[in-house]
Design a binder for this molecule. Sequence first.
Ligand code: PEP
Length: 251
Amino acid sequence: MRKKIVAGNWKMNTTVAEGVQLAKNIVEKVKEIPSDVTLVVAPPFTHLVSVANEIKGTDIQLSAQNCANQPKGAFTGEVAAAMLKDAGCAYTILGHSERREYYGETSATLVEKVNLAFASGLKVIFCVGEKLDERNAGKHFEVVGKQIEEVLFTLSEEQMANVVIAYEPVWAIGTGVTATSEQAQEIHAFIRKFVADKFGAKVAENTTILYGGSCKPSNAKELFACKDIDGGLIGGASLKAEDFVAIAKSY
Ligand code: PEP
């Protein structure tokens, strides 16, 4: 059975004190969520160790939002996957559309990052998603397929066990516009079939595919009811413990 995951991407928000308080508030409420749903929190790098301390002893997992494409050394400003593991991370998000768009992240770089994450014992939440003009041109399957093919299809079947795919249409991220459950289910089913065609039905059945893009307590239930949606990657709504937990309770 694949895992159900609700992951909070805090992006570049909160001070350390605010982040610690947010983690405390989530820990207080974690008992309210179904036992088969895993919560993941992805604070900024500077908060990781403090947040790791707050969630210690709970089932909440820690994630980074990115990692370097180099293992160590003279790469000023970068943070290596091994350092993230050492700080307490179980996951790192990779390929978020904001990184692709504002930091020129390419599939070639992502292949390096994914492999370094695995080498350090991290699992990867790999983000894919089309832009509005691509959706309007009916190119969303092609775009998402290419993003998956160029990075995930370089991996082995065994490595795929450590990948969570997050489908995040760029037009829905932080805009308040959510994909309809039909739109989301349609592309999630496409992704699962695409993975099945490459790695086989068993790998595809075991791959967790999250929806991301203006997911909130009011729409999570309908999205999570879809057959191929295994949870959410949550941005804005993950900054309030009440909303984040309410989303996870939508199962
Ligand atoms: C995200 O950026 O991963 C995201 C899903 O953001 P939001 O929920 O704010 O749309």
